[in-house]
Design a binder for this molecule. Structure first.
Ligand code: SF4
Length: 413
């Protein structure tokens, strides 16, 4: 069965949603990066950063006009231009690294020098822990060919219960890679039949400079044996059926970009990603109280994530939201998060995840365990899971397709 024919697309939760992503994934429309490469920058890349931003904002408007025309049936212009809006995005990400404001910490450190590190504990180097065809993502992302997932090391949040703690808390995990190696990984996953390129971590925002540079290379990339040799040590699976046809739009390499993130990023990062990302998969974890501080040492979480989610709504982007039900945090986190989504983003598909298990600093069997997280050293009770589902149903949120398909407890509202 083809990706486009999966019955899940006929379910009420997705009707009229995610159409852009689905069309790019099946090569009926071009990924945004192909469009951004055809919008002239009209600005020298050597210009001061303020001028680059001015040009970027103006060219984003042109990008949106072109995207809408293409969505309406216009052809993608044949040739990419140089410098383009895509080149501008890569240059801006490179400049941002020198006073890092990739994420909401806005540390302002010069990561290109690396003498001082920010909250993510990174300098300029990007490391990939692993990449593979992910078969555990939601069906709309994993399809039959898998979601082409690339896991980056380190993180800008400190969730005590992190279920990827081996990656997110170890900044030296994995292999150091260049932007070209990263582009090779994305190219390989897509030509092997993945339905998207899934940027995740830790959090991908802290590697923005490498990711944007890699995306800017994708269209012209013809990986050499040396490129593949540099990527493959991190690959966790192997497929022999590489086929360019999996990834072709009007003769160009085509791959939808999926941003799988804690959404604790900066406004500037969101602006860059707007012209690159075809579908968004943000978390919404914590309510408006002190839980983000106490469990993740993250200030201004609620207002930051909410503001970015409102941007997605206002920009007309394709997205779904994930919320992990945490033990003892239904009243303070789950219910307010669901209330906020229903009030501001009605109709947005939500995956209410029931698979929380004690991990990282919350796992008594882990050497990192800390006694102060003892209340999180258990799974959510059936009552907590059911109350999350019931509340979502009462609010009329479309959550059942995403939440029930692979939930681990088998519980329902
Ligand atoms: S990515 Fe975020 S945490 Fe890391 S240095 Fe930049 S602003 Fe700070």
């Amino acid at each position: 069965m083809r990706f486009d024919d999966l019955p899940v697309w006929r379910e009420a939760d997705f009707r009229g949603r995610l159409d852009w992503y689905r069309a790019v994934s099946t090569n009926r429309l071009p990924a945004k990066y192909l469009i951004a490469a055809r919008v002239p920058a009209r600005c020298a890349l050597e210009a001061p950063e303020a001028d680059l931003w001015h040009a970027f904002d103006a060219r984003t408007d042109e990008f949106l006009c072109l995207r809408d025309a293409i969505r309406g049936g216009a052809a993608l212009p044949c040739e990419r231009v140089r410098p383009s809006l895509l080149d501008l995005a890569a240059e801006l990400a490179r400049r941002m690294l020198t006073h890092c404001n990739f994420c909401r910490w806005e540390c302002g450190v010069d990561r290109s020098v690396g003498a001082k590190l920010g909250a993510c504990k990174l300098a300029a180097e990007t490391r990939v822990s692993t990449y593979f065809h992910h078969r555990g993502e939601e069906l709309i992302y994993r399809g039959r060919g898998g979601s082409g997932t690339i896991f980056f090391t380190s993180c800008n949040m400190r969730c005590a219960f992190c279920q990827n703690g081996d990656i997110s808390t170890d900044r030296l995990n994995g292999e150091a890679i260049t932007a070209r190696t990263l582009a090779t990984m994305a190219w390989q996953l897509r030509t092997e039949g993945c339905h998207n390129v899934n940027w995740v971590g830790g959090d991908p925002a802290i590697h923005l400079h490498t990711i944007v540079a890699a995306i800017a290379m994708l269209e012209d990339l013809r990986p050499s044996g040396a490129d593949l040799a540099s990527a493959l040590p991190s690959k966790a699976d192997w497929f022999n059926d590489q086929a360019a046809a999996h990834a072709r739009y009007a003769g160009c390499f085509n791959a939808p970009q999926l941003w799988n993130s804690n959404f604790y990023l900066s406004d500037e990062a969101m602006k860059l990603l707007r012209v690159l990302i075809d579908v968004w998969l943000p978390d919404h974890k914590f309510g408006p109280g002190r839980c983000a501080i106490e469990l993740a040492r993250t200030p201004r979480y609620w207002e930051t994530v909410n503001a970015h989610l409102l941007k997605l709504r206002d920009w007309g982007e394709d997205f779904t939201i994930r919320h992990l039900v945490m033990p003892g945090h239904v009243d303070c986190c789950t219910l307010p998060v669901l209330d906020w989504i229903a009030a501001h983003l009605p109709g947005t598909p939500v995956n209410i995840m029931d698979q929380y298990h004690p991990d990282n600093y919350c796992d008594p069997g882990n050497v990192k365990y800390q006694e102060r997280y003892a209340p999180l050293a258990r799974r959510p009770s059936p009552r907590e899971i059911r109350s999350a589902f019931r509340h979502a149903r009462e609010l009329g949120l479309p959550f059942e397709s995403l939440s029930y398909e692979r939930n681990t407890t088998g519980l329902r509202a």
